[in-house]
Ligand binder design. Structure first.
Ligand SMILES: CC(C)(COP(=O)(O)OP(=O)(O)OC[C@H]1O[C@@H](n2cnc3c(N)ncnc32)[C@H](O)[C@@H]1OP(=O)(O)O)[C@@H](O)C(=O)NCCC(=O)NCCS
Length: 192
């Protein structure tokens, strides 16, 4: 199934080795990490073409092993690399759910790209990828991402206890959810 899609200003698509130049310009333009939820740019010594290629290969392997799809977010007009989107941990059959995560390069924040991306990705995930349920699992103190998810139509559902391991410990995560029924699609039969 194709996973490329567009919104008014954005093109969201699979990344290839040809995207290196745009990716590198963005890494060189980004500010240092702006908060604890922002990774900031890739470290300068790792901004090489070979690092980029191995990152794409690693992601390709993760996609093949069922961990989801990684997509680049580009400006439709200029072709600039703006960020990334991940449909993670898809479960099909009678579950039809995925998790969604995203970032916008920090020198491009507050231009409405995050909201445009999340709205378009949610509609695409439900209408075209046929998920019944999309979960945004967000750290409880990540206010910008929580505000963004709510603006995009997600609802708080629960706290998932000890959901993710990083920085040497397990972290609770807030779960925000968008459902096919929110878009008027009820009881669609699973196809995959
Ligand atoms: C969260 C993130 C994607 C927002 O991207 P963005 O392009 O700046 O977002 P937008 O310009 O579309 O903002 C949409 C809304 O999100 C909220 N928001 C975005 N940045 C915010 C901030 N720094 N503080 C408070 N609210 C913020 C606001 O409600 C905003 O609406 P408004 O502009 O009308 O106030 C971006 O900050 C980011 O990549 N953060 C680091 C990675 C991350 O946290 N990813 C989410 C992991 S779950």
């Amino acid at each position: 199934m194709g996973t490329d899609f567009q919104s008014k200003r954005l093109c969201i698509r699979d990344m290839t080795a040809k995207d290196y130049d745009q990716w590198k310009i963005a890494q060189d333009s980004m500010l240092p990490a702006q908060n604890e939820f922002d990774d900031g740019p890739v470290k300068a010594p790792d901004r090489s073409r070979s690092f980029f290629r191995s990152m794409l290969l690693r992601r390709g392997r993760m996609t093949k092993s069922g961990l989801g799809v990684f997509l680049g977010v580009f400006d439709r007009k200029s072709g600039d690399y703006l960020g990334e989107l991940h449909f993670a941990l898809p479960i099909r059959r009678n579950i039809q759910s995925t998790r969604i995560s995203y970032f916008i390069c920090n020198h491009r924040w507050r231009n409405g790209y995050g909201l445009e991306l999340l709205k378009a990705a949610t509609a695409f995930g439900i209408n075209k990828m046929q998920f019944n349920r999309i979960e945004a699992e967000i750290q409880p103190l990540n206010g910008p991402s929580i505000d963004l998810a709510i603006k995009a139509g997600y609802r708080f559902e629960c706290i998932r206890k000890e959901a993710v391991f990083f920085e040497r410990k397990w972290h609770d995560m807030n779960v925000y959810v968008a459902l096919a029924s929110d878009l008027g699609i009820r009881n669609r039969r699973p196809k995959f």
